[in-house]
Write a new protein. Sequence first.
Lengths: 117, 117
Amino acid sequence: NAGVTQTPKFRILKIGQSMTLQCTQDMNHNYMYWYRQDPGMGLKLIYYSVGAGITDKGEVPNGYNVSRSTTEDFPLRLELAAPSQTSVYFCASRGLPTRGPNSAEAFFGQGTRLTVV
Amino acid sequence: AQTVTQSQPEMSVQEAETVTLSCTYDTSESDYYLFWYKQPPSRQMILVIRQEAYKQQNATENRFSVNFQKAAKSFSLKISDSQLGDAAMYFCAYRREGETSGSRLTFGEGTQLTVNP
């Protein structure tokens, strides 16, 4: 079972470069999320999506863009990399039901460690 | 906005002993879930235990149990018979229920648990 797959696992970027972090899930989950985790800190929500074609900002969206053209994929785009974007990035997905005692839990990918120098 | 606070950046416990990790949260909602996640050095986010706000009974999962005090907005994790494999970063997390919020998770800043042999 693949679950949530993130690529790449590690990346070093130079200031001003751009890149896309890929996230794919094979569980047909409607909800998908991007979080970042700075050293010694908890995860903060960047963007989320409740279905194909629908995205919304989280707590820390500046400097990032997302798209959700399919249920499976939720890429995160960094247009002009800055040192402040050095972090570990996690993608997560969640299925149904979304409420009640049997509400589904989130599945996390293994993370992408990004360093901007 | 919801906030989650973990006031213990680091904790240590002797193998086979019991340790309690603290978490407080702030919300005006009545329908929510609380979670404890474990993050070992592999970075994988592992769900340890969850608590539904409408349930008065504290959740338990084998050696892990919680003390949920809704009025005090407190949610502590007790690990009994600590094992070396329990050493990790532990995150407390909150999830508000409801479609408009995207069912996002809000995380505390984490507690690094060391288990001494």
